[in-house]
Design a protein. Structure first.
Length: 143
């Protein structure tokens, strides 16, 4: 729980994969994510509407509407999670990140949103994003 303790009081951007792993109880990461979310009242979580659109694909495809509601409840109704919509500043930063790192648009929107929100950490499980210099990117394996 070393790194998790260092996240106390910090603003953390939640990328899509950690949220999916938590809700769907991925056995490889569930213990770490439980520890992280246990400190939820001492952390602020941030994400973007892209996360909502990405996490809902499989539940809708598989007609698992209760699972879709779980995602919505966490992202829309949780007191310690802020979900940001796209705006002009995020759009411009998205373009800058795409041009600099040759990353896909959804990833660039996530990163641009995190920068817009001035997060302390960006939690992901996408190792390719570790090359982004503008943010402190951490992966689930590092927790």
């Amino acid at each position: 729980m070393g790194l998790i303790k260092s996240l106390l009081g910090k603003k953390i951007f939640l990328d899509t994969a950690p949220l999916i792993y938590y809700i769907e109880e991925n056995s490889n990461y569930l213990q770490k994510l439980n520890e992280l979310f246990e400190v939820k009242n001492r952390c602020r979580f941030v994400t973007s509407v892209i996360t909502l659109s990405e996490v809902l694909v499989m539940p809708f495809r598989e007609r698992r509407y209760e699972l879709a509601r779980q995602y919505e409840n966490i992202l829309i109704h949780a007191e310690n999670v802020d979900i940001y919509e796209m705006n002009i500043q995020i759009a411009k930063k998205t373009a800058q990140l795409r041009s600099r790192y040759s990353i896909k648009t959804p990833d660039a929107i996530q990163l641009a949103t995190a920068l817009y929100c001035s997060v302390d950490f960006f939690l992901t499980n996408d190792l390719k994003l570790k090359s982004i210099n503008e943010l402190n990117i951490i992966t689930l394996d590092e927790l």
